[in-house]
Design a protein around this ligand. Structure first.
Ligand SMILES: [Zn+2]
Length: 371
């Protein structure tokens, strides 16, 4: 009798829990439609643990969007010359696709286009293999990288007007979208410092906003032909001087005027890591769908959650649905993040990626449940 009673109690609890979870999921879909996580695609040694992390940690927290920065960490068949030396195989990617499909998580693969073609003193694979695509070929990579530097070198860019560059990058984009079965692609396009440079015979003297918008539109049009959406970071579309947001999370080189030149169906990832700036409203008022992106600042991230919910509650029907949600960005390696998450290595301080991850998810669920 006691056993039957225990079983009965257990069944009731399971039912109540699943009702609560379903109820929360339903509420979240209307209050915060995009609940996202953005991280580098794992190295092959970390793949299995990352797959488990998706299944056991992301899914129960109702994360429904995973932006994976793949870059050259895939064994591209269209361009084997651009693969990293240790790169994910098709079979590896299948594991990621399957665990995400099982948990209704949409995967959006990313390759940095236009900017971020180098990091510190290392060239990225595209310009290493195809130096003719370099927007600033006269600027040599330093042995030791420091910022600031005389060349204003943050990251290299490719030349968007080079007649051969799009064939290659679009083949990469198509292949990575196919293998991830993706309906959207993230092209990065943040922090583009080199654009329309005097040393480029094609871009010199051209309007930087038009060059930036031209590249966004070209990528968007390519994706649209296969019914795919383009996601990009938002910083180049914000006026850094007028807003006081500076040259990193906004633009000092006039690319911000591109906001009026690009198609409205590009989804904007509006990152702010120190303050919950209210720029999602700016993007939504310009007609764009937008997600707010925190990193590791716990208090700021909680305010970003509250802001998106508030914007959705207090906007016109036309504007409301443009506030898509929130995507936390992780900027350590995936292995390093997993080490911290599972307590194998301790991060110092309160404002850590792991604390922020937990805070965002707790805040989102709390607000959805009291609604
Ligand atoms: Zn150029």
């Amino acid at each position: 009798m006691k056993q039957i009673f225990t079983l009965y109690l257990f069944t009731i609890c399971c039912f109540a829990y699943s009702q609560k979870t379903n109820n929360l999921s339903f509420k979240l879909d209307s209050m915060m439609p995009v609940r996202g996580f953005c991280i580098a695609a794992p190295q092959s040694k970390d793949l299995n643990e990352f797959v488990r992390f998706i299944d056991k940690e992301l899914a129960p927290r109702h994360i429904n969007t995973l932006i994976l920065r793949v870059e050259f960490n895939f064994q591209y068949e269209s361009h084997p010359e651009l693969r990293d030396s240790d790169a994910l195989s098709k079979r590896d990617v299948r594991k990621l696709v399957e665990v995400c499909r099982k948990n209704n998580i949409r995967v959006i693969p990313q390759i940095d286009l236009l900017g971020h073609q180098s990091w510190a003193n290392k060239l990225g694979n595209l310009l290493k293999v195809y130096p003719e695509f370099d927007e600033t070929p006269l600027i040599k990579m330093p042995n030791k990288y420091v910022w600031p530097n005389a060349d204003n070198l943050y990251c290299k860019s490719y030349c968007p007007l080079n007649p051969d560059v799009h064939k290659i990058i679009f083949e990469l984009v198509d292949e990575i979208c196919d293998v991830f079965e993706a309906e959207a692609f993230h092209a990065g396009m943040d922090e583009v410092f080199y654009i329309g440079e005097p040393q480029c015979p094609r871009c010199s003297g051209r309007d930087k906003a038009e060059l930036f918008a031209g590249e966004v539109s070209a990528i968007r049009d390519h994706l649209a032909a296969k019914n795919r959406k383009l996601w990009i970071w938002g910083d180049r579309l914000i006026d850094g001087k007028t807003t006081g947001l500076g040259e990193w999370e906004a633009s000092f080189n006039n690319t911000y005027k591109a906001i009026d030149l690009i198609p409205k169906d590009v989804i904007i990832c509006d990152w702010h890591y120190d303050r919950p700036d209210l720029t999602p409203v700016y993007f939504a008022m310009k007609g764009f769908n937008v997600v707010t992106c925190p990193w590791k600042n716990v208090e700021s991230a909680k305010l970003q959650v509250q802001d998106i919910m508030k914007f959705r509650n207090h906007s016109t029907p036309e504007m409301k649905d443009r506030f898509f949600g929130i995507v936390q960005t992780i900027w350590s390696g995936t292995g390093q993040f997993l080490d911290s998450y599972y307590g194998r290595k301790k991060e110092n301080g309160e404002n850590t990626q792991v604390n922020c991850f937990n805070a965002i998810n707790e805040e989102t669920s709390k607000l959805a449940l009291i609604k």
